[in-house]
Design a protein around this ligand. Structure first.
Ligand code: ADP
Ligand code: MG
Length: 251
């Protein structure tokens, strides 16, 4: 429905499908003496969703933080679109607007309304004038089914609404890649579906995403490829059966 108007791929390379949007090569990360990630490899092509699962403490958030430039790493390299990030080099500043992130906590500005939270990102990253930022923010709120709540403050929104607002804000700046770190983990069970449904719509519309989740059924619905992180190592497969491993361990 939204497939061509979303601006999901502003980079022509991504529509060619020849270059991955994200490629991780032999990436390693330690905290002190603890090796959290050991020679991780994975890639995500344009319009693909990769679901990343793994036990608590296996390094999923660390990997999301590394890809988004919030944490450094010790070995290997990242390729995001046509930029290379090396272990010993600073994160290229131009990537901050290209990689959108939604964490478990929505991290909204409490003193700004829903629409102002989205507009702020547009003003900062896209340098849009106020009227254009407002228009674009409204498109994103509509897509997340939040249009009627545009003037509400975060404190008056439910957990599911806040998380959808965080997604709207991340999408507004046209990221090439959206990283979602357990976006429903802190929600009451009855609010999980409204967030999962919006993510499934994004997947259907061709948004390129790395989705960290413990929800194996949701992962299998949303994603076309799968990665399992365990003991610092990562296994990837196009077959969702990879995750059944995790499900049986969690019973
Ligand atoms: P996950 O998201 O899969 O639960 P994390 O990436 O949060 O895992 O954490 C992986 C491991 O790294 C854990 O053992 C955690 O305690 C450790 N860790 C995470 N962040 C830090 C940090 N800033 N300093 C030291 N250790 C950390
Ligand atoms: Mg985590």
């Amino acid at each position: 429905m939204h497939s061509h108007s979303c601006g999901f791929s502003s980079d022509p390379h991504n529509d060619s499908g020849r270059f991955p949007v994200l490629a991780i090569h032999s990436l390693s990360k330690r905290y002190g003496t603890r090796q959290v990630l050991s020679e991780i490899a994975m890639s995500i092509h344009a319009h693909e969703v990769l679901a990343l699962c793994g036990p608590s403490g296996s390094g999923k958030t660390t990997l999301i933080r590394i890809i988004s430039g919030l944490t450094g790493f010790d070995g290997g390299r990242l390729q995001i679109a046509d930029s290379i990030v090396a272990a010993d080099a600073p994160y290229p500043g131009n990537l901050f607007g290209k990689v959108g992130v939604v964490f478990q906590e929505p991290n909204l500005f409490p003193h700004l309304t829903a629409i102002e939270n989205v507009m702020l990102a547009l003003r900062e990253f896209k340098r849009l004038p106020a009227n254009q930022a407002h228009e674009r923010a409204m498109v994103e709120l509509e897509r997340m089914k939040l249009a009627s709540l545009a003037r509400r403050y975060p404190a008056s929104l439910s957990g599911g609404e806040k998380q959808r607002l965080a997604i709207a804000r991340a999408l507004a700046v046209d990221p090439l890649l959206l990283l979602l770190d357990e976006p429903t983990a802190n929600l009451d069970p009855d609010l999980v579906d409204e967030v999962c449904d919006r993510i499934l719509e994004l997947a259907g519309a061709g948004m390129t995403m790395l989705l960290v989740t413990h929800n194996v059924d949701f992962a299998r619905q949303a994603a076309g490829s799968f990665a399992l992180l365990q003991d610092g190592r990562c296994r990837c497969s196009r077959d969702g059966a990879l995750l059944e491993n995790l499900r049986s361990r969690r019973k």
